[in-house]
Design a protein around this ligand. Structure first.
Ligand SMILES: *Cc1c(COP(=O)(O)O)cnc(C)c1O
Length: 405
């Protein structure tokens, strides 16, 4: 008897775990007959059939099965089922990048004549998708302040189909009231789409607070070590079926290699997110006590205007903070250049702490007026806090402070 003839009871094991940390490690792995322990990486573009009739049935969708990796791939599917479980969604579709996830949502669920209301504090390229590309195809967008519910309400028109936001915002950590926005969205027959990249489901589960769809840049905390670019959309089966049909046709599919790396990332997601948040809170509190720092933006500080809301809708306060040094761009650059441990790069969600000057990097394309409106001042610095020892991070920030004393 070969091992393929006998498959024991642990071959297809149902990991009926209820806790996020366990789900992130074990959900969805259907073992192959090789009984592998780690998830296998299926590097294949196509799949074979037992007969011409089976191929025909599979192509027609009459029987389940893999046809081509632009449509489905077992490693990508495993990543999708695991992130769907973590977010509490029925289904997920993985994409080649976070931007591909956002574009897939828009292309599959919007049409010419539709209107979108979008937070003005979203990832810069997200703004470009709405204001430049979707506008060309007759989808219009109004941008509103993230935390001003009245402005969201005023911006909604009969043709509004989607509300789009990130919370907490980048880089100023403003927090949106997801339950209130979900009520507003439902009352107006819109879809509430939340980019949950900064929190991940370990810290915040927008679908449970009434969001219809969650999108991620998996490039950030889901990977957690700055290795791969990827994205994912999570939500109800009905909407995700539309997104999957678009993905099959347009082709922004996730590579199975990247899906495998993200699966490895998910195994430590709970540990990492808790450590990112603990380090960020400690660093925010330390910075807040330094006389050379004008202001610290972090929802974990009691002085933050949405501290109570953040406490209620998030388990912790996230791994990204920003602060204004006393002075202007010259002092901010001197602070950044004096650091020796943290990396001078705009990426975030990495084990390695990163430091950046938003006004001249991530937000450099904004006009002076838009920068002022968004609070991106010349003395603002963003730190995406990593997993190094907090004492070394504080020592490094002290170098920055010494440079502007
Ligand atoms: C990075 C990022 C994106 C875009 O993701 P890519 O993987 O770079 O395409 C979208 N939203 C947020 C909040 C991000 O930080």
């Amino acid at each position: 008897m070969s091992k393929y003839d006998y498959l024991g009871e642990r071959y297809q094991f149902d990991y009926s775990a209820t806790e996020l940390a366990t789900q992130a490690i074990r959900m969805g792995h259907q073992r192959s007959p090789e009984m592998e322990h780690a998830e296998p990486m299926y590097m294949t573009s196509s799949y074979v059939f037992n007969s011409a009739a089976e191929a025909a049935a599979c192509f027609a969708g009459d029987i389940p099965g893999n046809v081509y990796s632009r449509y489905t791939n077992p490693t990508v599917h495993l990543f999708e089922s695991r992130i769907a479980a973590l977010e509490g969604g029925e289904r997920a579709v993985a994409t080649a990048s976070g931007m591909a996830a956002i574009l897939s949502v828009c292309m599959s669920l919007l049409k010419a004549g539709d209107h979108v209301v979008c937070s003005r504090s979203v990832f810069g390229t997200t703004t470009t998708i709405f204001s430049k590309y979707l506008a060309r195809f007759g989808v219009t967008t109004d941008f509103v302040p993230l935390t001003d519910l009245a402005r969201w309400q005023e911006a909604i028109k009969p043709e509004t189909k989607m509300l789009f936001l990130e919370t907490p915002s980048n880089p100023l950590s403003e927090v949106a009231d997801l339950s209130a926005l979900s009520q507003l969205s439902k009352a107006n027959d819109c879809l509430l789409v939340v980019d949950n990249c900064f929190c991940t489901p370990i810290i915040q589960q927008p679908l449970k607070l009434g969001a219809d769809i969650v999108v991620h840049s998996a490039t950030k905390f889901l990977d957690g070590q700055g290795r791969c670019v990827g994205g994912v959309v999570v939500g109800p089966d009905k909407l995700l079926e539309e997104i999957h049909i678009y993905m099959r046709a347009a082709g922004p599919s996730m590579s199975p290699f990247n899906a495998w790396v993200f699966l490895k990332g998910l195994e430590t997601l709970s540990l990492r997110m808790n450590a990112h948040c603990d380090n960020a809170l400690a660093l925010a509190q330390w910075l807040n006590a330094q006389p050379e720092i004008e202001h610290v933006f972090y929802a974990g500080l009691e002085s933050h205007p949405q501290h109570a809301l953040a406490k209620q809708q998030q388990k912790k306060f996230g791994g990204v903070l920003a602060f204004r040094v006393k002075g202007g761009q010259e002092e901010a650059w001197r602070f950044i250049d004096a650091t020796r441990v943290v990396s001078l790069t705009a990426n975030l969600g990495d084990a390695k702490t990163t430091i950046t000057h938003p006004a001249t990097t991530t937000h450099c394309r904004l006009t002076a007026e838009d920068k002022a409106q968004a609070g991106i001042s010349d003395n603002l610095i963003r730190v995406a806090v990593g997993l190094e020892d907090i004492n070394d991070l504080i020592t490094d920030m002290q170098r920055g402070i010494d440079a502007i004393k």
